[in-house]
Design a protein around this ligand. Structure first.
Ligand code: ATP
Ligand code: MG
Length: 416
């Protein structure tokens, strides 16, 4: 039979890939904990309306990237393309809209029917943080500082730049939108077909176009700055001074809009030049309307998500698996004592392995192949005397140690 392949745009995480992935999640979870965020886990599929209501019918994600299907009971189901809508749905479903603030961290797989390329997959993984409740720019700055500190703990913050923009409030955005429609209508002959369609339905989306000819036109489009209401301007000024307070460096980029409809005020992206076209590693913004879209009361919120695959690719060194100890029984009679020593080592928190068969030579070859730091060799004669030979495979030295003291001995001499 022919061998089956993974579905296009999906990847298996094995060995170093999985270690990098786990290191990103573990690190992010730890730093999020320092900021007072609790982890939530939502289902990876939801009622399709969770996404169609919130991300915007005209967004790329909803209009062409969702994995949607009707299940056997006739319900419209979608594999989640992102995490924020599900967190807001869960906030409402679990009756938490009056228990604010909620500070939520999550990690898990997301699904989008995209054209696969480096850093862009159909099943990918995100970590994310949502700070639901506060409407103050201090919260936006704190959420961004959390993102920055996670990148710093991963050792990759120096490869990124934080680009920051404001999308204003609804009133600012309405007048900006009119100005954009006026500007792009004059140029409509030069717009890509996609963007001509956006012009009617959602002109802000043109600013996010990946088409080079659109981008040339976007360069001279009107900026939000001129349309900010006094309240929106106060928020924008407050955000920048709060970021200074957290010691977060940024560059204002008036071209940043996010790909989803639910953002207002703050929009930001940590970008890198080290990943080719897929340069955005961590991105988010304020989404004050989303909880209401899920049937809850109007609730301010700010959050971000980061692509784990992209973060993994930037990691400076691969996280290494713990160096194991190999237990080497010489002859079947030594096996029971070998199992005892192996379990004592594991109880002491030391990664330990033993082959299932083979003579001493084979077993020592296997110890080298798995990169063991120590071999614990037990012959019949040693077992009778209640001792083992502990060989330091890096140094080439060997020492006789009492059976009951092997774990303590290795713990005391192995490199930290
Ligand atoms: P892009 O402009 O690269 O398509 P996006 O605006 O669609 O990104 P978001 O929805 O904001 O991205 O998701 C946040 C992060 O998740 C991105 O910055 C990126 O790191 C990661 N991401 C998004 N889509 C994919 C994908 N298909 N494969 C891998 N990572 C992804
Ligand atoms: Mg996208």
């Amino acid at each position: 039979m022919d061998a089956l392949q993974p579905v296009r745009g999906t990847r298996d995480l094995i060995g170093e890939d999985q270690r990098r992935h786990a290191h990103v999640v573990d690190t992010a979870r730890r730093i999020a904990g320092l900021y007072g965020f609790d982890e939530w886990s939502m289902p990876i599929f939801e009622d399709t309306r969770v996404f169609s209501r919130s991300l915007g019918e005209t967004s790329d994600v909803v209009s062409k990237e969702m994995y949607s299907f009707t299940d056997r009971g006739g319900d419209g189901i979608t594999l989640r393309p992102e995490g924020t809508a599900g967190v807001c749905r869960a906030l409402v479903s679990n009756g938490l809209t009056q228990s604010l603030p909620q500070k939520v961290f999550y990690a898990g797989p997301m699904f989008r029917y995209e054209r696969p390329q480096k850093g862009r997959y159909r099943q990918f993984h995100q970590i994310g943080a949502e700070l639901i409740g506060p409407g103050e720019p201090l919260a936006d700055a704190e959420a961004i500082a959390l993102g920055r500190d996670i990148l710093a703990a991963l050792g990759i913050v120096d490869q990124t730049v934080l680009e920051l923009n404001t999308l204003g409030d609804a009133e600012s955005r309405d007048s900006w939108r009119q100005a954009l429609v006026g500007y792009f209508t004059e140029m409509s002959g030069q717009l890509s077909e996609d963007s001509r369609a956006r012009l009617e339905r959602n002109p802000l989306r043109i600013l996010d176009s990946k088409s080079p000819s659109d981008q040339a036109l976007v360069a001279d489009a009107p900026l939000i700055e001129a349309f900010l209401t006094p309240a929106a301007r106060t928020f924008w000024d407050g955000l920048r001074s709060a970021l200074d307070g957290f010691g977060v460096a940024y560059r204002v980029n008036p071209r940043i809009v996010r790909g989803l409809d639910y953002y207002s005020h703050t929009a930001f992206e940590f970008v890198t030049t080290n990943l080719g076209a897929q340069g955005t590693v961590l991105a988010g913004g304020r989404y004050d309307g989303l909880v209401a879209d899920m049937g809850g009361p109007p609730t301010p919120a700010i959050g971000w998500a980061a692509g784990i695959e992209r973060l993994s690719m930037l990691l400076p060194a691969s996280p290494i698996a713990a160096v194991p100890v190999a237990v080497v029984p010489v002859g079947d009679a030594a096996l029971p004592a070998a199992v005892d020593v192996m379990q004592a080592l594991r109880q002491a928190g030391i990664r330990t392995e033993m082959s299932y068969r083979g003579n001493v030579k084979r077993r020592m070859e296997r110890a080298n192949r798995i990169g063991a730091g120590f071999a614990v060799i037990l012959g019949e004669e040693e077992v009778a005397r209640g001792v083992a030979q502990v060989k330091d495979l890096a140094q080439g030295t060997q020492q006789e140690v009492a059976l009951g003291a092997v774990a303590a001995h290795i713990a005391s001499v192995r490199p930290a």
